[in-house]
Design a protein around this ligand. Sequence first.
Ligand code: GN1
Ligand code: MG
Length: 358
Amino acid sequence: MDAQVIASQFTIQSPVVSAKPMGIGNINASFVVTCEDGSKYALQRINTNIFKDPKGMMNNIFAVTEHIRNKVASEGGDPDREVLQYLKTAEGETVYETEEGVYRMYRFVDDVLTIQQVPDAEWAYQCAFAFGRFQKQLSDFDSSVLIETIPNFHHTQKRYETFLASVEKDATGRKEEVADLIEFAKKESYLASAIVKDVEAGVLPVRVTHNDTKINNILFNPETKRGMCIIDLDTVMPATTLYDFGDMVRTAATVTEEDDERYDQVGMDLRYFKALVKGYYEGSDGALTREEIKRFPLSAKVITYETFLRFLTDYLDGDVYFACRKDRHNLIRATNQMYLLRNMEDHYEQMLSVLDEL
Ligand code: GN1
Ligand code: MG
C-alpha cells in the first residue's frame, strides 16, 4: 500500500495529492503529505522493532499533546502551531495498521525554522527555554498514566551492561578494532549509575520528560526566533528531567554534529552551556528542584556517555538499531561522542561554576 493511500485513511478534509519521503530521524520513516486544499501532514511509519507497543505510545502522545494544547490555549498562545496535532483514522484509531507497518499522522506545522547545529549562544538559550517550557507545561501532568515506550530507555547502568554483553559476544568480530573505545567506556563507567541511583533513591523526582531533546526536535518561529513547538514525542514518558537537560547539552552546546569526523574540533562551547543552563532554568520557571539543577553538569556527561555506549554497542552488534547513512557511521558517532565526553571532563569544574551564577 503506498503512502498516499495510507494517508487517506486518516480523517482529513481534502483528497491527498502527494506523499513524499522526508529524510529525518534515525528511527521512523516519514513522509510529507499534501492535500488538494494545500493542507499538509506528516505521515510516519512507526519502527515497531523499537516501539513495541505503538498504540500505548500513541495514547501517551494524545494525552500529552492534549494537556499542552489546553495550556497553550489558556495562556493565549496558538494551539495550532505550538503543539503537534495528531489525527485519528476514520475508525477512531490512533494508528493505521497495514501488512508493512503501523502508521500515524499529524498536521504539518509549516513556515517554521529548524536547526541542526546551534550558531550562537542566543540560539542555545532559545533551545533550552523551549525544552524548559515543555517541562513546565507538563509539570502538573500525572506521569503514572503514561507507559514507558522503551523500557529503561535512559537507564545508563543497564545500557552499560548491554554494552558489556555485546563486547563479550563480539557478534561481528569488530571488538579488536574498537579496543581503545572499549577501554574508554570502562574507564568512564562510574557515570553509568550516577543519575539512575538518585532516581531510584527518590532524590530526583520522576516527571514527564521528552527523552530525545536534540535541537532538531524544536520548531522555531522564523520571525521571533523563539522555540515554538516541540516535536518527536515518541519517547515522552516518566523519567528525570536531567536526561532532557543532558541530551540538550550533548547536541546544543557542541560545535560539531554528532557524526562529525573532525575529532580534533569536537567539544563544548562553555558560553553555549551557560546559555542552556539559563534558558532551561528560566523556561522551566520554578518547576525544577535544587537537586535537579545542581546535577545539570553531571547529566551532560552521563547522557553523552550513554549515547557513546549506544553507538558503540550498535557498532559491535552490526548496526542493527541506528540508521546508518555512511560507512562505519556508528563507529564515527561513537568516536565523536568519546571526544565530546573527554572535553566535558576537561571542563567539568567550569561547568559546575556556571551554576553559581543562577
Ligand atoms: C535517535 O531518531 P532520532 O534522531 O530522533 C534515538 C535517540 C538518540 C539519537 C542519536 C528512540 O533519535 O535516543 O539520541 O537517535 N532515539 C531512539 O542521534 O532511540
Ligand atoms: Mg527521536
